[in-house]
Design a protein around this ligand. Structure first.
Ligand code: NI
Length: 275
């Protein structure tokens, strides 16, 4: 009998192929004491004894895959880097109000050729706020914060019939409108030694976006949408265009705005390859 054909096996990526690996490390610190080390758990490690501050750090490693393991980095090495080198810096920042960007830069400065090639580090200071540093631009941090406003809108084109609008927009063109809780995330680049801080970001977004759109019927109450259908795409562009000059005047550079209309639908502007 003829022998069966050899089994087809999936080919693995070629050696030296560059790939990005992301790892989230969760840990707790106290302002005055050493966190207690413990086995890796889903929640945090080190775990603070008593009351501690809970943080997450996202590491992005970019590099050629190891010929033997097929990995860009060993995730246990990444965990250890954050626990042994970054957690003490976070505790120090908590106790003496060191700017968080300085802690990120100090951490990246400790890395050498024996360490994984960390491309970016993002410190999640709370569920809405994070700061990110790129290892190639360590004089700058990217502050990202989320805000919210509630508003109603109606999607329709005035020149079209009800039937034609329904064909395009479905139930979103219902004549009396409908509402969303919009979530707005703003990324601002700022020098780590500059004066721009999160309080300014909050104040600018509050006065420029939230006060303008919160509890409004966007089609009629907001001149920004007089000649523009208030789609989530248009809302994102409008938010960007309103925020950019205000942030620039305060010393920040608007990097990107993202607006969620629902948990399943959101928009980003401008388009960034790494977003
Ligand atoms: Ni809608």
């Amino acid at each position: 009998m003829p022998s069966p054909p050899p089994e087809t096996v999936a080919t693995s990526p070629s050696a030296q192929e560059t790939c990005a690996l992301f790892r989230t490390i969760r840990f707790e610190v106290t302002p005055t004491g050493q966190a207690t080390d413990s086995p890796n758990t889903w929640s945090a490690s080190p775990v603070a004894a008593g009351v501690g501050a809970y943080f997450e750090v996202d590491l992005e490693v970019v590099g050629p895959l190891d010929d033997h393991t097929g990995m860009a980095a060993d995730i246990r090495t990444l965990d250890r880097l954050i626990r042994t080198r970054f957690a003490p810096l976070a505790a120090q920042a908590l106790s003496n109000s060191t700017p968080p960007g300085s802690a990120l830069r100090t951490f990246l400065d400790t890395l050498d050729a024996n360490d994984p090639n960390i491309a970016t580090i993002r410190w999640r200071l709370n569920p809405r706020l994070s700061i990110m540093m790129d290892s190639t631009t360590m004089d700058t941090v990217l502050i990202s914060n989320k805000y919210q406003f509630a508003a109603s809108h109606r999607l329709f084109i005035p020149e079209l019939s009800d039937e034609e609008n329904t064909a395009i927009f479905g139930k979103c063109c219902w004549i009396n409108g409908h509402g969303h809780n919009y979530h707005v995330e703003v990324d601002v680049a700022t020098p780590i030694d500059g004066a721009f801080d999160r309080h300014q970001l909050d104040a600018i977004v509050e006065s420029t976006i939230v006060e303008r759109f919160d509890h409004k019927y966007l089609n009629l109450d907001c001149p920004e949408f007089k000649d523009r259908t208030p789609t989530v795409e248009h809302i994102t562009i409008v938010c960007h265009d309103l925020l950019a000059p205000e942030l620039a005047a305060a010393g920040g550079e608007l990097h990107q705005v993202r607006v969620w209309e629902t948990q399943k639908t959101w928009s980003a502007y401008p388009v960034r390859s790494n977003a």
